[in-house]
Design a binder for this molecule. Structure first.
Ligand code: ISL
Length: 546
């Protein structure tokens, strides 16, 4: 199928993820904010990104750090004001950066006025129909209405106290108790979200990252998982009805001038079902999590790259490559362990030995691999600094609801959310102003001095300079970005491919140094060569010989 939207920016953009809480704190309360992002936009620009995806900045009680939204049209005071957001969008545009905002349509916050009204209105009211309220099972309704599990541990239901003070109905919440799921069968919910899309499009955003994009529609009747026989894996996700929602959203987006993008957060390992979300009248792109999850192993990597390209080709959608985000263990740490794959097995792997030097070497090699593959690249703030997962945050300082919901069995996601080190030789490393009232909301490691943006700038061996150089080459080389890939013959454990007219990327995932393929010019390496050979865990970009 011919690729639709050939040449559209989102087919091969470099998109930098900002997790606002942890990016830069301008007002000194220990939590990042929009003024901080504005002050540090230059960093993202100099890195060479095309767009910035900003994790939720909306009004929120922060039960899940903003993924629990109480007002989709306004900014939480912790982060600033709507005027700050508008100023950021405008300044970014001037700097050549597009802003992609995070949309959380599966659930809101239990402080959202519609949810509060639903609780107040009582059982059977039209207000409750906007959510999934049900009586409990058991004699006194004391058991959850079905067997669905929350992503954060325990049942996916919470029981409310009715306005008359009695224990009452339960509401569905696939995540924390403070995140009630919307009922997407209700036309008012659909209208509201179409309006929210327009609200941010009218303010100049270039697109939306869609949180848990496969969860919106639920199996009719909310059947027990144990009884469920539908085509999708689970009754709470990947229902056929979700596609109609996205076709509607696409019409809204396409009614605006310019090329704008939807990127779906979609953990779905069935290639055909995954591709359905990316049909030309639905969403433009989705995160490539199988790649993030793959082991650092040549065969595993090649398989996932081939599968990715094949599944996206089914629908003409651009592939995306992502190594880390605010939910996953940072890849320096993952690749420094014996078990290099990722399967949300945080508890199992947490605290197991990590060789940071090895992880860093592989992370650098992986960065050059992703930037050479066809399609979009996502960079999570701090990837470019070679940051690792901070695993020794004391239990009492951890804030992720996944920790609380599992009674600490899940170490949670705080370790990848530690505030970014900008400069200086001790915490807060420029994250907060020197006269800040409070320390960073999560403690930063004592040994991050060499990892600040300032310390890495100008050091040719630093991760930051590697990222800057690589993105500059990627921008200058027409062969990189959108297009096709051709595998070259390579020794076992080595991946080698060409892009367009003779640009070659070779990654050595074996334990032995490897010969370089024939070339006329060495463009970039992720680490020094060894007597002209490519050492293990190193990637090279070459201009290939004809
Ligand atoms: O990290 C997880 C559990 O601890 C995942 O299940 C994760 O919650 C899932 O990938 C969905 O993530 C998105 O929605 C969540 C939010 O907590 C994540 O930060 C967000 O990326 C609920 O809104």
């Amino acid at each position: 199928m011919a690729a639709p939207h050939t040449g559209a920016w989102w087919r091969d953009a470099v998109i930098y993820q900002v997790y606002p809480r942890s990016f830069a704190d301008a007002d000194g309360d220990g939590v990042g904010d929009i003024a901080g992002i504005r002050a540090r936009l230059g960093h993202i620009r100099e890195l060479g990104a095309d767009a910035v995806w900003i994790s939720p900045w909306y009004v929120s009680p922060m039960a899940d750090h903003g993924y629990d939204v109480a007002d989709y049209r306004d900014i939480d005071p912790l982060f600033g004001t709507r005027a700050d957001a508008e100023a950021l969008i405008a300044e970014a545009r001037e700097a050549g950066l597009r802003i992609v905002v995070d949309l959380v349509p599966n659930h809101c916050s239990d402080r959202h006025p519609w949810f509060r009204a639903a609780v107040a209105a009582g059982p059977g009211s039209p207000e409750r129909e906007l959510f999934h309220f049900r009586p409990g099972r058991g004699e006194g309704g004391e058991l959850p209405p079905n067997d669905w599990p929350s992503n954060f541990g325990g049942p996916a239901w919470s029981r409310i106290t009715e306005p008359d003070g009695r224990p009452g109905e339960w509401y569905l919440r696939m995540f924390a108790a403070g995140q009630p799921d919307w009922n997407w069968d209700h036309p008012a919910v659909r209208e509201e979200f179409a309006s929210v899309l327009r609200f941010w499009l009218d303010r100049g955003v270039a697109g939306f990252r869609i949180d848990v994009a496969d969860y919106l529609a639920k199996a009719p009747g909310l059947p027990d998982r144990a009884e469920y026989t539908g085509e999708s894996r689970d009754p709470w996700s990947d229902q056929d009805a979700v596609h109609e929602i996205y076709r509607g959203w696409r019409r809204v987006l396409d009614s605006y001038d310019g090329e704008r993008v939807f990127v779906a957060e979609l953990w779905n390992d069935d290639p055909v079902r995954f591709a359905r979300y990316l049909r030309p009248d639905e969403l433009h792109s989705a995160f490539n999590f199988p790649f993030l999850q793959a082991r650092w192993d040549a065969r595993a990597m090649r398989e996932v790259i081939d599968a990715t390209i094949a599944e996206h080709a089914l629908v003409g959608a651009p592939t995306t490559w992502v190594l880390s985000n605010h939910d996953t263990t940072r890849h320096v740490t993952r690749y420094g362990r014996v078990e290099t794959g990722y399967g949300f097995n945080r508890a199992e792997l947490h605290g197991t030995p990590v060789d940071l030097e090895l992880g860093t070497r592989r992370a650098r090699a992986a960065a050059l691999l992703t930037m050479a593959l066809p399609g979009c690249v996502y960079i999570y703030q701090g990837d470019e600094l070679g940051l690792w997962e901070v695993e020794d945050i004391p239990m009492e300082l951890r804030q992720d609801p996944a920790v609380v919901g599992t009674g600490g069995a899940d170490p949670g996601r705080d370790g990848c959310r530690v505030p970014i080190p900008w400069d200086g030789d001790r915490a807060p490393y420029g994250f907060s102003p020197p006269d800040a009232d409070a320390g960073p909301w999560l403690p930063q490691p004592a040994d991050w001095k060499a990892h600040t943006v300032a310390a890495q700038t100008g050091d040719p061996d630093s991760s930051l300079e590697l990222y800057r150089r690589a993105l500059a080459v990627r921008r200058a080389e027409p062969a990189l970005g959108d297009g096709t890939l051709t595998w070259l013959p390579a020794p076992g454990g080595v991946l080698s491919f060409t892009r367009g007219q003779g640009l070659v990327c070779t990654v050595n995932l074996s334990g032995e140094p490897a010969e370089l393929p024939p070339h006329t010019e060495l463009l970039l390496t992720s680490g020094p060569l060894d007597h002209g050979l490519l050492p293990p865990d190193t990637t090279v970009w070459l201009r290939g010989a004809e």
